[in-house]
Design a protein around this ligand. Structure first.
Ligand SMILES: Nc1ncnc2c1ncn2[C@@H]1O[C@H](COP(=O)(O)OP(=O)(O)OP(=O)(O)O)[C@@H](O)[C@H]1O
Ligand SMILES: [Mg+2]
Length: 290
């Protein structure tokens, strides 16, 4: 059974003013995500990534209203038949704007809130907090007020606060947007480990093609209210026509390879830095031998 199954989702937000027109965001989204898979979600600004993330834990349409058709079945539960609070126990959502998520005096309290509400014993809560804060590199900030952290630190704490619930499905809406490159890589690596070692199912909206290519199993392109393509990063990032149409860019190494293919009649196919280095080293070695 897939962890996430979206069947022909259609969704429109309610009209901003009574009598106005609803805003259609999702036209026909079908997607399956396997347990323990790390799926990245790409799409231009306004493509509907946040809306789709919220549809995966039932906030859309249960909190937003609007017109919803099709089915979203998460861990075997239909989002329209499952209360949001019940879904939230198994499906963690890290919001795009972490600020909206904080309401505790300290980072530690923020991380404790979810498991406390579920009646997890204090000793286990403490262990989960230590684990989650260490995982996102915020172990030394437990006593700080979340509001006094930098944007990137807030994002890390927001991830830790959701992780302390040990969700089976973790949905992250652009969690690395305000991190520096090293921080982005750290978060991607940590999320990748959760998928591999804990069999957590991950859906992560991101614009970061390099990190997606490095760490995720598949990447889904959201365009025109549909999943235009969902495949391994190597296949999706080589689909130049699709990326152009969707207003997205592949990793830079893929663009370099494409330019070399054009200008030198080469046949390079790379999406990861490591692959690019290996392919170029091979060509350089070949070049010196000739
Ligand atoms: N509460 C709302 N009511 C009405 N329309 C909305 C609402 N939230 C979002 N929209 C509209 O839905 C569309 C998709 O928005 P969404 O936030 O899902 O896009 P996104 O892909 O997450 O964009 P970004 O990359 O900027 O985060 C946009 O046209 C937006 O204006
Ligand atoms: Mg968004």
């Amino acid at each position: 059974m897939p962890a996430i199954r979206l069947e022909h989702l259609y969704y429109a937000y309610p009209p901003p003013i009574p009598g106005g027109a609803p805003t259609t965001v999702l036209e026909d989204v079908s997607l399956e995500v396997a347990p323990g898979e790390f799926l990245s979600l790409m799409g231009a600004t306004g493509a509907g990534k946040t809306t789709l993330c919220m549809a995966m834990n039932g906030l859309v349409p249960r909190s937003t209203g609007g017109i919803f058709r099709g089915r979203a079945v998460i861990l075997g539960q239909d989002t329209r038949e499952t209360p949001v609070a019940q879904m939230a126990r198994r499906v963690g959502l890290v919001f795009q704007d972490p600020e909206s998520q904080f309401f505790s005096a300290t980072v530690e309290d923020e991380c404790a809130f979810g498991p406390e509400n579920l009646g997890v014993p204090p000793q286990e809560i403490a262990e989960r907090i230590t684990w989650a804060l260490d995982l996102v590199g915020m172990g030394s900030y437990a006593g700080r007020p979340p509001t006094h952290l930098s944007g990137g630190q807030k994002q890390r704490v927001a991830i830790a606060a959701v992780l302390t619930l040990l969700p089976e499905v973790l949905i992250l809406d652009e969690p690395t947007a305000s991190l520096d490159p090293v921080g982005q890589q750290e978060v991607f690596r940590a999320i990748g480990r959760l998928a591999r070692e804990r069999e957590m199912t991950i859906v992560m909206a991101s614009h970061d093609a390099e990190q997606i290519a490095e760490f995720s199993d598949r990447v889904a392109i959201l365009h025109g209210g549909r999943i235009a393509r969902c495949d391994a990063p190597g296949a999706v990032f080589e689909d130049a026509d699709l990326l152009d149409a969707a207003g997205l860019a592949p990793p830079e190494v893929t663009e370099v390879a494409r330019a070399l293919n054009r200008t030198h009649g080469d046949d390079l196919h790379v999406v990861r830095l490591e692959e690019a280095v290996a392919a170029l080293a091979e060509r350089l070695a070949g070049g010196t031998r000739q």
